[in-house]
Design a binder for this molecule. Structure first.
Ligand code: CAA
Length: 248
């Protein structure tokens, strides 16, 4: 909580498409929102844009791939603002390509940013949450972690691993008032999806029964739901939000 008794919500990779929508939604819900970023120039522009929309969101620099960077950033947030009540592990990248062509760097970059990051951030908030007997950890996975996607061995492996993390941590901290859940978005209209070649993207959209890409706000709404104090019996779950693209 911050000094005004507002719950503190930290979103990693906040300046991307999904992260931005999440920060806005959590701000509207009345949380003290803290946005993590890595690129200073992008962060400055983002902050200015949020201010023009009337949103005052604190920003903290930190590299999710680096354990010490996360440890220092989280310590700084907890000293300056207060204990982190809600952590949204949202930072993620793609480096698509068939395995036969994939470089070691592209493998490691995706595993570091999409999976090791979740350890780096969560490990540094979990003890505080246990002490305070409250926490909401929301891990942003992907439909492509639930099924395979041609060209994404690195991304699918990381995103599938992330839900394994969710299920186990949910058991470990259930008695401490902490819930841990996964959200698995399908294809959402973000820069990441728009980077897929148009022809390939059109084929993907054709496989979505709802007939369109998802909206970032639709995912943010689910984050807001899981962040709430009222969802204390939901833990270890994986919420699909994919327009019916993958049903099982
Ligand atoms: N199924 C079967 N074969 C496929 C295929 C598919 N889905 N996609 C491509 N291929 C085949 C092609 O037909 C071609 O085969 P031939 O050589 O026999 O003609 C071969 O693969 C081409 O392979 P290349 O290695 O030359 O690759 P490319 O330059 O064409 O690109 C790719 C391949 C990078 C995978 C490209 O198709 C691509 O970007 N696909 C989209 C991947 C994707 O969906 N990424 C999601 C990004 S968004 C995201 O990740 C967010 C989220 O969570 C949902």
């Amino acid at each position: 909580m911050d000094s005004n008794n507002k719950r503190v919500a930290l979103v990693t990779g906040a300046t991307g498409g999904l992260g931005t929508a999440m920060c806005k939604e959590l701000f509207k819900d009345g949380y003290h929102v803290v946005a993590n970023y890595r690129n200073k120039q992008k962060a400055d522009e983002w902050y200015a844009m949020m201010r023009t929309e009337g949103m005052d969101i604190d920003m903290f620099e930190g590299d999710v791939c680096d354990f010490d960077s996360m440890a220092n950033m989280i310590k700084d947030i907890e000293t300056k603002i207060g204990g982190i009540d809600i952590l949204v592990n949202n930072a993620g990248i793609t480096r698509d390509g068939r395995l036969a062509k994939m470089s070691k760097d592209d493998w490691h970059a995706v595993i570091d940013t999409n999976l090791n990051s979740v350890f780096n951030a969560t490990r540094n908030v979990i003890e505080g949450m246990v002490e305070r007997k409250f926490g909401r950890i929301i891990n942003i996975s992907s439909v492509n972690g639930q099924r395979g996607q041609f060209g994404q061995t690195n991304y699918s492996a990381a995103k599938a691993g992330l839900h394994g993390f969710t299920k186990t941590l949910a058991m470990e901290v259930a008695k401490s008032g902490i819930t841990v859940n996964t959200i698995s978005p399908g294809y959402i209209a973000t820069d990441m999806v728009m980077a897929v070649p148009e022809k390939v993207r059109d084929q993907i959209v054709a496989q979505i029964p709802v007939g369109r890409l998802g909206g970032t706000q639709e995912v943010a709404h689910l984050v807001s739901f899981l962040a709430s104090d009222d969802t204390s019996f939901i833990t270890g779950a994986n919420y699909s939000i994919n327009g019916g693209q993958h049903v099982y």
